[in-house]
Design a protein around this ligand. Structure first.
Ligand code: PMP
Length: 392
């Protein structure tokens, strides 16, 4: 028998069956995927240029236009997660030498400023106290002082649980010759947003939160003003994969025959299509109301347990993700581990500026139910009884 040339054996771990336990995902995302969306993602593959797939892409586009409340032609899904859409927005909109004003009210502003700096665009950050729903008036000052071509802001700050009011911001930006770029990864479908009426120039989201699809595709849309800025570029965007000119063509947004750009994650698109279809069937207003009501029930239950809500002002609370202060006498890691080990429920600790300070509970899309509120409250009551650290 010939001596094998292989020096690396097949890994034992791969010779065992795939293990995926049942869990209730009540962290800040991903949320559980309902059977209908799972089934869509499990359908047999088609080719990425087959008319049926292009048709699904058109349906996704219409679903995003509905979810975003926009008529924008340049509307599509990025083949990647929310970060990928964030990078796509920045690297298509901006060129070296442009100035971006980034509103920092949690980790997503910090990351946006990081991306802006990597691109050689001056990322000027406006600080904002985490947990505070009101943005300071420094916006106006920032627009006058830095003359940015783009202002970035996060609608639903998942690290702090704050919902950012956007009213009037688009108009203000446009008065100062600036485009408004909004991250709605954690809020889309859970809190009202009106891309066209609020004069938002670029809006993006993710698939794995309220839309209940697996991570890996990210809705995004560009206004005409944003499109025109991209058309005026002197240099090509520094990424081929995320080049909006190519993607617009592949998604049928430029009126030209569609050309191969990359092999789309077709099954992710099937899932995203179903997530958007479920949102369309439920209706945006019912979805917003469902998230509002279940968040209110959760907040009341948390207060009844003696837990302190991190975001004091009710209307500044993000309906999809609720934050509570880590209770005195407890280690946040113990509480999270207790819920996972004893109740198969995921909640998480803070992120970025809120690490060690808060616990985050997400109720998104199909996971936003009164029954899930009761389940997580029961689990937390148990945890409070079991996880207190004795003072030695
Ligand atoms: N923005 C916000 C507000 C988010 O909550 C997240 C995900 N937690 C992202 C961006 C990044 O999305 P992803 O993890 O899908 O890349």
């Amino acid at each position: 028998m010939a001596t094998s040339l292989l020096r690396v054996p097949p890994p034992q771990s791969l010779l065992r069956p795939l293990a995926v336990p049942e869990r209730l995902l009540l962290g800040p995302g991903p949320s559980n995927v309902p059977p209908r969306i799972l089934a869509a993602g499990g359908r047999q593959l088609l080719g990425h240029m087959h008319p049926e797939v292009l048709q699904v892409m058109d349906e996704i586009k219409a679903g995003i236009q509905y979810a975003f409340q926009t008529q924008n032609r340049l509307t599509l899904a990025i083949s990647g997660t929310g970060h990928c859409a964030m990078e796509a927005a920045f690297l298509n909109l901006l060129e070296h030498g442009d100035t971006v004003l980034v509103a920092v009210n949690g980790i997503w502003g910090q990351r946006a400023a990081d991306i802006a700096r990597r691109l050689g665009t001056l990322g000027t950050a406006g600080q904002h106290r985490p947990g505070d729903g009101h943005f300071p008036l420094c916006f106006m000052q920032g627009l006058v002082q830095h003359k940015p071509s783009v202002l970035f802001i996060t609608h639903g700050e998942s690290s702090t649980g704050v919902l950012q009011p956007l009213e009037g911001l688009g108009k203000l930006c446009h008065r100062h010759g600036c485009l408004l770029l909004v991250d709605a990864v954690a809020s889309l479908g859970g809190a009202p947003i009106f891309m066209d009426q609020q004069e938002i120039d670029v809006l993006y989201s993710g698939s794995q939160k309220v839309l209940n699809a697996p991570p890996g595709s990210a809705p995004i849309s560009f206004s005409n003003q944003a499109r025109e800025k991209m058309l005026r570029r002197k240099t090509k965007p520094p990424s081929f994969y995320l080049d909006m000119g190519w993607l617009a063509n592949y998604w049928g947004c430029d009126g030209e025959p569609r050309r191969y750009h990359h092999t789309a994650p077709i099954n992710s698109f099937f899932s995203l299509r179903e997530g958007l279809a479920m949102l369309a069937e439920l209706g945006l207003e019912s979805s917003w109301e469902r998230h509002r009501a279940n968040c209110a029930q959760l907040c009341k239950g948390l207060s009844d347990l003696g837990l302190e809500l991190f975001v004091k002002e009710e209307k500044a609370r993000l309906p999809t993700i609720t934050t509570i202060r880590v209770p005195e006498g407890y280690d946040w890691k113990d509480i999270i581990a207790f819920l996972m080990d004893n109740h198969a429920i995921e909640i998480t600790g803070g992120l970025g500026p809120s690490v060690g300070k808060v616990l985050r509970i997400g109720l998104m899309g199909c996971n936003s139910t009164s029954g899930n509120v009761d389940r997580v409250l029961r689990a937390l009551r148990d945890a409070l009884g079991c996880c207190r650290r004795s003072r030695l």
